[in-house]
Design a protein around this ligand. Structure first.
Ligand code: JDH
Length: 230
């Protein structure tokens, strides 16, 4: 199998160093995934390596100027392979497990991570002439830039790539959760600081355990995510 290629473009490529740890690090060592972070400033041409400018139409803050992004895409997007460019933005479509599943099937993903107030919209339009493009958000809160959002998406996507999670049973079990939140988990010791593991889990009675877990999932979903019950 060819490794899945995942790239990120950012003025802070160090944000992606965490992807060398743990499962993702192993997936790269096993050549299941090739991850590369690029410094956008490599595609500037002035001595100050300028990436931002004031917004047309006025308003606070700065906007990322298009030229360095254009040069970056011209270099990274080859005519040979199909690529998907993901712009992380608070104005994007919601990231979800379903989208992670879809993106885990792609051969080449490029995360474009802005800073300041975001990127000149023509960069998105230009990328769309060369690749499939998505504007995606990880949730309704405001971050200072797209890097943390991209790291979260890359982790969610990578663990779905065949071979990356050693235990494929874990993924099968997740897909059987049927839209409810997970049930609580326990491990040894059975009694800890006078807190006991629910008796049913020690019983070995698998039908009873399944029934208890379903009840717990439903109760937790009603309490924490009533929007998921329909
Ligand atoms: C990418 C820059 C900072 C801050 C809004 C409204 C000017 C826009 N779920 C998510 N939250 N945040 C991001 C994310 C934030 C980013 C970038 C992703 C690039 N930023 C930023 C505030 C605004 N503000 C009023 N306008 C006039 C912009 C961007 C994210 C994801 N994914």
């Amino acid at each position: 199998m060819l490794p899945v290629k995942i790239e990120a473009i950012s003025i802070f490529p160090e944000f992606f160093d965490v992807l060398g740890l743990s499962l993702l690090g192993k997936a790269q060592e096993q050549d299941l995934i090739q991850f590369q972070a690029h410094d956008l400033r490599a595609w500037t041409e002035d001595k100050h390596k300028t990436v931002d400018d004031s917004p047309y139409g006025g308003g606070a803050g700065m906007v990322m100027k298009p030229e360095p992004w254009g040069r970056a895409f011209d270099e990274i997007l080859s005519a040979k392979e199909a690529s998907t460019v993901i712009f992380t933005t608070p104005a994007g479509i919601p990231f979800s497990q379903a989208l992670a599943q879809e993106l885990s099937q792609k051969q080449h993903l490029i995360f474009a991570c802005g800073r300041y107030e975001g990127i000149d919209q023509r960069v998105v339009d230009y990328a769309a002439t060369k690749a499939d493009v998505l504007e995606v958000s990880i949730g309704d809160y405001v971050l200072n830039g797209g890097e943390v959002a991209a790291v979260a998406m890359i982790e969610a996507i990578s663990r779905l790539i065949p071979g990356v999670i050693g235990n494929s049973e874990s993924l099968t079990e997740e897909s059987h959760n049927a839209g409810l939140l997970e049930y609580p988990s326990y491990t040894k010791p059975s009694s800890w600081r006078s807190l006991d593991v629910p008796e049913v889990l020690l019983s070995g009675h698998h039908a009873e355990i399944d029934k208890w877990r379903k009840e717990q999932s439903l109760a937790r979903t009603k309490k924490n995510r009533p929007d998921l019950i329909d």
